[in-house]
Ligand binder design. Structure first.
Ligand SMILES: Nc1nc2[nH]cnc2c(=O)[nH]1
Length: 384
């Protein structure tokens, strides 16, 4: 899951513009000029866009070339997690101001990592089954519903507000998925039956829902137990949950007996064993590049922005798969894509409104308090 922690989600309470201002002007940790800030944001957007698109296409390529192991396709989504230690080591962290957790809290933290790690493994297995039966374009467009699930779940779990614009975005993204459900897909992988298409659709939709649930639960853990959303804490959450998910997925590979056929699968891979190996390695690397971008955007801008970018990036996969797999965009897919973009726009516009309101309030509070100070100092002057 590229975005697992990642998209720790829709913190509408941290509006984008307000956060941008705060990060640039106030944070001594980031101390960025506006130009450098924009450069870093652009680099991280590129990481998400390239990492996620490459990972989805490579995942489809693995199946298209004769790969059959859903568990192997699950493992590669998290197995590259040691790469995440690089930014954790390279980026200097400010000394922690909070006391170390007591033994009870430590137990809770271990429980959180374990349960979220297991949920993440299940989530990645659902994604792997979805991609087995669907074309890359249909798969990606269904994944875009994660934003709608996110809006609904964060209303119940994270007390996020649900406005008419958010409702509009949920309804439109649901229409987009429904259109793909009833329309079928002329680009479905060879030999996929109607029933298998339905299984692929349901698993991908289920994965998008579980992904949104993971994000909301992670945000809840940061607020209630970890009591921090610092760079190190978020990175550690990403690393430990990926470690657990990788162990669980490897367990699944052995329990299912799929490991016995891996050797044959590699020998029979259409483009040869070296290509088999490189496909898996680069899928794992691509998911981690995407993860670095998602976490980077959370810190540079906000988790909401990060979530929206990774969802918008999903619409790049259908375009890329036109070129790579010669898939075609039929009318239904084009309309589904336009609906998805409309859904994102509606979601973003709500955040823009929240931002503007927060900045207005901030400005008037600042003006009020500077007037207060002026009044007080004139008082002091007159008293003197
Ligand atoms: N981990 C993960 N995240 C995704 N987000 C969209 N598609 C996927 C996927 O296949 N795996």
């Amino acid at each position: 899951m590229c975005a697992q922690v990642l998209v720790i989600i829709a913190d509408i309470e941290y509006p984008i513009l307000a956060r941008v201002r705060t990060q640039i002007e106030v944070s001594p940790f980031l101390k960025l000029t506006r130009k450098r800030w924009w450069m870093l944001v652009s680099i991280n957007i590129a990481f998400v866009l390239v990492g996620q698109t490459a990972a989805v296409l490579l995942g489809r390529f693995y199946y298209a070339e004769g790969g059959t192991s859903m568990f192997l396709a699950t493992i590669v989504q998290t197995a590259g997690f040691p790469i995440l230690c690089i930014p954790l080591i390279l980026i200097p962290l400010p000394p922690s101001s909070s006391p170390p957790p007591d033994p009870r809290t430590k137990k809770h933290i271990v429980f959180i990592y374990l349960s979220l790690g297991v949920l993440l493994a299940g989530n990645n297995l659902l994604y792997a089954v979805g991609l087995l039966f669907l074309s890359a374009s249909t798969y990606s467009l269904i994944c875009a519903t994660q934003l709608a699930f996110n809006a609904v779940l964060s209303y119940f779990i994270n007390n996020q507000k649900f406005t008419p614009l958010i409702l509009n975005s949920v309804v439109i993204l649901s229409f987009s998925a429904a259109l793909l459900a009833v329309n079928g897909d002329s680009n479905s992988p060879a030999g996929v039956s109607k029933l298998e298409y339905s299984i692929g659709f349901v698993c991908t939709l289920g994965a998008s829902a579980v992904y949104a649930l993971l994000l909301s639960l992670m945000q809840l853990s940061f607020q209630k137990v970890l009591k921090s959303e610092s760079f190190a804490v978020v990175m550690k959450m990403q690393i430990y949950t990926s470690l657990i998910a990788t162990i669980v997925s490897i367990g699944g590979l052995f329990a299912s007996g799929q490991w016995r056929t891996l050797h044959v699968e590699m020998e029979n891979f259409n483009s040869g064993p070296p290509s088999y190996f490189m496909t898996l390695v680069w899928t794992a690397i691509s998911w981690q590049i995407c993860s670095v971008g998602v976490v980077g955007l959370i810190f540079l801008v906000s988790s909401l922005f990060s979530n929206v970018i990774s969802t918008v990036a999903l619409t790049a996969a259908p375009i890329a798969s036109l070129i790579v797999f010669r898939e075609t965009m039929n009318g239904a897919k084009v309309i589904a894509m336009l609906l998805a973009l409309w859904g994102f726009a509606s979601y973003l516009f709500q955040n823009y409104l929240d931002d503007s309101r927060t900045m207005e309030t901030q400005k008037s509070t600042e003006t009020d308090s500077s007037n207060e100070i002026r009044k007080e100092s004139s008082c002091v002057v007159s008293l003197a």
